[in-house]
Write a protein that binds this ligand. Structure first.
Ligand SMILES: Cc1cc2nc3c(=O)[nH]c(=O)nc-3n(C[C@H](O)[C@H](O)[C@H](O)COP(=O)(O)O)c2cc1C
Length: 93
């Protein structure tokens, strides 16, 4: 995970509001947020508030609720405010 060129986030699915517990260096490069700024927060802090991703987000909410895998496309925002489209693959480990 540490050496992966793909951004990786681990969250604690058993904890209230599923806080981030790990991000890899590729995540830090892609989002401009350091691990210390991301850990402990819910991933929604990355959301681009101007985006209109509700259908994708609903699919993600359902997948998280019933604990299935999901692939969704969400618009995220970097620390500098620029946005990027993120293909999110959610899985359990
Ligand atoms: C592993 C994982 C990664 C996630 N990554 C993002 C992300 O990059 N951007 C985002 O907006 N939401 C992401 N989410 C979804 C949010 O954490 C949250 O579940 C979603 O926005 C629904 O929350 P809400 O009902 O408060 O809107 C991720 C969720 C998980 C489990």
């Amino acid at each position: 995970m540490q050496a992966s060129s793909s951004p990786i986030i681990l969250v604690d699915a058993l904890h209230d509001d599923q806080p981030i517990i790990y991000v890899n260096p590729a995540f830090e490069r892609a989002t401009q947020y350091g691990a210390e700024e991301a850990i402990g927060r819910n991933c929604r802090f990355l959301r681009d508030p101007a985006s209109n991703d509700e259908a994708e987000r609903d699919r993600l909410r359902t997948a998280l609720r019933v604990q299935t895998k999901a692939t969704v496309l969400l618009h995220n925002r970097r620390k500098d405010g620029s946005t990027f489209l993120c293909e999110l693959n959610v899985t359990r480990c």
